[in-house]
Design a binder for this molecule. Structure first.
Ligand SMILES: [Zn+2]
Length: 271
């Protein structure tokens, strides 16, 4: 239900603007990529009328793009040999390896940040000010195991392929470092909106780890109505087909009606 809420919100928002909704599979880590799960996500979205307007983009097929970006950023970066153990309990990277310009085996690439205050706008949360050196410090853009990081891949793809990013609030703090990368690559950033995520009554996020119940794909109409309720869109109670629901949702969509906090997920409320 949590994933459906975010997917539906981004679909309605971009469709109402006359845009295209394009699914992206973030599969940069081959060891963590589960092809059955990916097929399942696509199937579930389809069942709920959420169909990508282009062939879904897989990050794993854009590695050349990320390698090129890394080359562009090397002048602003350094090789970090610190072990996970050396950095545990440290919130902001203290710059131990800032002087290392020689690549060696088993090192990550970190980008050097500065202390200039910046700001970005979020369509739902308003303006956010940040100072890179205070908020996130020098961060890893290329991993020790020679894979691109989530930040670098996402910054490249979001800036190059998308005009609007609507995603869950749990990714809000990722925005500033990703904007920092876009700035250093000379890319124009997309527009952002972060919507609250679905939680249980105790405030924990619904996720696979918390054993969130799978959506019942036999009742997509009911799921869509519940998702719209969570999103504050005031859905009607009459019976509609999936396509009628999606048409209604796109027509009536109001981003400003999304509450600052979603009501908690209680399974019996959705019965
Ligand atoms: Zn280091």
């Amino acid at each position: 239900m949590g994933s459906l809420i975010t997917a539906l919100a981004s679909y309605c928002d971009i469709k109402q603007r006359g845009g295209r909704w394009i699914l992206r599979i973030d599969d940069i880590d081959p060891l963590r990529t589960d092809h059955r799960a990916i097929a399942n996500i696509t199937r579930t979205l389809h069942a709920h009328g959420l169909i990508s307007d282009a062939v879904p983009r897989q990050q794993s097929s854009f590695v050349t793009r990320y390698e090129r970006a890394l080359q562009q950023l090397l002048g602003l970066s350094f090789y970090c040999r610190c072990s996970r153990n050396e950095l545990k309990d440290i919130k902001l990277y203290p710059g131990y390896c800032r002087a290392i310009k020689e690549k060696s085996s088993n090192c990550a690439v970190r980008i050097r940040v500065d202390n200039r205050r910046r700001s970005f706008a979020d369509a739902l949360k308003g303006d956010h000010d940040y100072v890179p050196s205070d908020e996130f410090g020098d961060f890893v853009i290329w991993r020790k195991d020679d894979l691109v990081t989530y930040h670098l891949a996402t910054a490249c793809d979001d800036a190059m392929d998308y005009s609007h990013i609507l995603r869950g609030d749990d990714l809000f703090e990722m925005t500033a470092p990703q904007l920092f990368i876009m700035e250093k690559l000379g890319l124009s950033p997309p527009e952002y909106a972060h919507i609250p995520i679905l939680t249980y009554a105790d405030g924990t996020k619904l996720s696979k780890q918390s054993r969130a119940p799978a959506l019942d794909t036999a009742t997509p109409e009911v799921n869509i109505r519940h998702a719209l309720e969570f999103l504050g869109q005031n859905p009607p109670t009459n019976l509609m087909s999936v396509n009628e629901w999606i048409d209604w949702a796109v027509r009536q969509w109001r981003l400003e009606a999304v509450p600052p906090q979603l009501k908690p997920y209680i399974a019996s409320d959705l019965a």
